[in-house]
Ligand binder design. Structure first.
Ligand SMILES: C[S@@+](CC[C@H](N)C(=O)[O-])C[C@H]1O[C@@H](n2cnc3c(N)ncnc32)[C@H](O)[C@@H]1O
Length: 195
């Protein structure tokens, strides 16, 4: 079945990687093992391939995974999985140094967001890092078919789950409307280290 995200990737793309990933590599003494949940077609983890020991990238859009695969070149340290993020626990993926959850949390059902954060925390090793980027609840109601299912989560709720972690970075960026996000909205971005 074609999802709204399959249609999205057939017609457009997110473009450049998020700037945070240019310095995040300096947080690790050794080559990190990276999990990218809701990876899309790979813009955030493709640039990390040379510095990663392994990247595991998961998305529920088959088209996104196919496009990511098509952009891999000869890289042999990337495992792509077409799966629902909520099944992560059943995949027995082991432990990661860095977990990216960029743009996914607000797409998960409202009742599952906190347990999902705890799930990725459980997949993070000692001194490991989580990146959480999500659309904030303070924004106006969403309007397009792509955003109809959004269950936005405020930063304060994410923060509750990271009380025992070190916050390395946090900001909130307000966006002007775009074609696929027609309402003005904001995104909160945070980086946490497990103590
Ligand atoms: C806003 S996009 C972000 C993609 C990518 N992280 C990036 O920054 O370019 C959200 C992604 O989450 C994926 N997605 C939505 N619900 C999902 C779920 N339940 N499990 C896994 N992936 C999901 C979509 O297919 C889409 O690729």
């Amino acid at each position: 079945m074609t999802s709204v995200w399959d249609e999205f990737y057939q017609n457009t793309s997110f473009g450049s990687p998020c700037v945070h990933y240019q310095w995040i590599i300096h947080l690790f003494a050794n080559r990190p093992r990276i999990l990218d949940v809701g990876c899309g077609n790979g813009r955030n983890t493709l640039p990390l391939i040379p510095i990663a020991s392994e990247i595991v990238a998961i998305d529920s859009s088959k088209i996104a995974i196919e496009q990511y695969r098509g952009r891999l070149g000869g890289a042999s340290n990337v495992t792509l999985i077409h799966a629902d993020a909520l099944t992560l626990f059943d995949l027995h993926l082991g432990s990661f140094d860095l977990v990216l959850c960029h743009g996914l949390l607000h797409l998960l059902p409202r009742g599952s967001q906190h347990s999902f954060v705890r799930l990725i925390q459980g997949l993070t090793g000692h001194r490991g890092v989580n990146v959480v980027v999500a659309i904030d609840q303070c924004d106006p109601a969403p309007a397009s078919s792509l955003t109809a299912s959004y269950s936005r989560i405020p930063f304060s709720e994410v923060e509750i789950e990271y009380q025992r972690w070190e916050c390395l970075f946090h900001d909130r960026t307000v966006f002007e409307p775009t074609v696929f996000l027609p309402n003005r909205r904001s995104t909160h971005r945070s980086i946490w280290r497990k103590l």
